[in-house]
Design a protein around this ligand. Structure first.
Ligand code: ATP
Ligand code: MG
Length: 441
């Protein structure tokens, strides 16, 4: 009885907003999400789109994914959808498949129960079903705790998320420090979401993020890497990376990144305009903005290039070839970084390839240039070559030569190689002449 009364009382604090009074872009809702909600509701359950999708719809941004929450249990959800599967260890959710789409449907869940934290204060268990009022408390940000029922066209806004969204500010639900300690990944989520949507991170929140950043070192590598990858492909990687630097999080996220001071603006933690990494991230954001495909290996190769390149130089100075030097440097640096950062095998292989391909850009003769331009990673490798001009490692003329070489017709290609042979061949033949002279004496 008391619980019921409390329920009524607590519900009164929540505001229900007719979505028609807001600028919510209904046509950006995916058909599968709508269909699932319709089915759940017609079966007597409550069902909402929740989290980032509602936030994005209100900002006229196409949501990346649609998360649905309901008061039906995983088994009840599963029984409604023929093409569905219960997944998850820590928390059981249901994947519902509609056409080629997979939509995550979860049951309302309670925030942590007692004794479910580790010695750092991090959540260990997060798997108790609850009511919508419970569910809202476990969400990270006010703008991520909006529940939208597209059938009744109402939004439940438990934490004034809509007002924060209008103010374009990030507000953490509950006590900031506690919430960041409980799950330090939220630090990266805040950066990612603020960068993606041009939202402000208030100074006080930034201070807490700076202070709790060290906890990122204890996060499971795969979890941290997943969210960082999302940041890099968000189209706002430059802003996001600058936040990471400004808040001193780089040393916790990539302890071995060893960003060179030449990359940073004087007297500031931010990236220097037109530096190597600045330019790479800027180009990356343009590529994402144009909906062109991007390569994660390329991003990693850029981030770690300076370290790899310097180590390679030291090997070359010891007398090994460019190729062997590069091979050794790439393996060592990647192994070192892999201790803190989770790389998929394909990304490691990709970074290695991109670095090794750099050594082939100085070979203009014979079959080498022809096979190089046919390499699957040639374009990415050329992009990296172009960026290296910023580090004075490569002359712009070399980049122009390769760009022209891969675009021009075959006949012209042969001509270009012949011209190079003319230039370099003279030196060769004089060497050969010297050799002959020596052998005849
Ligand atoms: P994106 O645009 O990247 O999808 P998102 O906020 O939707 O951003 P999701 O990972 O899809 O991120 O998560 C969906 C929702 O789940 C979030 O909006 C938030 O309410 C909740 N959530 C996700 N991760 C956390 C977390 N670490 N702590 C608390 N709530 C979280
Ligand atoms: Mg989402």
């Amino acid at each position: 009885m008391l619980e019921k009364l409390f329920g009524i009382f607590s519900k009164k604090q929540f505001s229900y907003i007719e979505s028609s009074t807001l600028d919510l872009q209904k046509d950006l809702i995916s058909y599968p999400a709508l269909a699932i909600i319709r089915k759940l509701k017609s079966s007597g359950w409550d069902a909402f789109i929740v989290g980032g999708a509602v936030r994005d719809l209100l900002l006229n941004v196409k949501p990346k994914d649609f998360d649905i929450v309901t008061n039906a249990s995983p088994h009840q959800i599963k029984s409604l959808f023929r093409r569905s599967r219960i997944i998850g260890r820590r928390f059981r959710i249901v994947h519902v498949y509609v056409g080629n789409d997979t939509i995550e449907v979860s049951t309302f869940r309670k925030p942590n129960v007692s004794n479910s934290f580790d010695s750092y204060g991090r959540i260990l268990r997060d798997n108790v079903f609850g009511s919508i009022e419970d569910d809202v408390k476990r969400r990270d940000l006010t703008i991520n705790s909006l529940y939208y029922d597209p059938i009744s066209e109402r939004i439940l806004d438990y934490h004034d998320g809509i007002s924060d969204l209008k103010k374009k500010q990030i507000v953490v639900i509950g006590k900031i420090k506690e919430r960041l300690i409980e799950d330090p990944l939220r630090i990266v989520r805040i950066i990612r979401i603020a960068a993606k949507l041009n939202l402000t991170i208030p100074r006080q929140l930034k201070n807490v993020m700076r202070g709790t950043g060290i906890l990122l070192e204890n996060l499971p590598k795969a979890r941290l890497s997943d969210d960082l990858l999302k940041l890099f492909v968000s189209g706002k990687s430059l802003q996001g990376f600058n936040y990471i630097l400004e808040l001193g999080l780089d040393k916790h996220i990539f302890p071995n990144l060893g960003l060179f001071s030449s990359e940073k603006k004087k007297g500031s933690a931010n990236l220097k305009k037109d530096g190597f990494i600045y330019s790479a991230l800027k180009n990356l954001d343009v590529t994402v903005g144009n909906n062109e495909s991007i390569s994660m290996s390329f991003i990693f190769a850029v981030l770690f290039w300076e370290k790899i390149s310097r180590l390679k130089m030291s090997y070359v100075e010891q007398g090994v070839s460019d190729y062997i030097g590069m091979q050794r440097a790439t393996s060592e640096i990647l192994q070192d970084i892999n201790q803190n950062f989770y790389f998929q095998r394909k990304h490691i292989a990709g970074v290695r390839e991109l670095c090794l391909l750099q050594t082939r850009f100085s070979k203009f003769l014979g079959k080498s240039p022809f096979s190089l331009i046919r390499h699957a990673r040639f374009r990415s490798a050329l992009k990296l070559l172009e960026l290296r001009v910023k580090l004075n490692e490569v002359k712009i003329e070399t980049v122009v030569w390769w760009d022209k070489f891969h675009k021009c017709p075959d006949g012209e290609k042969i001509q270009m190689v012949n011209i190079m042979r003319g230039k370099t061949g003279q030196r060769r033949s004089s060497k050969k002449r010297k050799k002959r002279k020596l052998s005849s004496t």
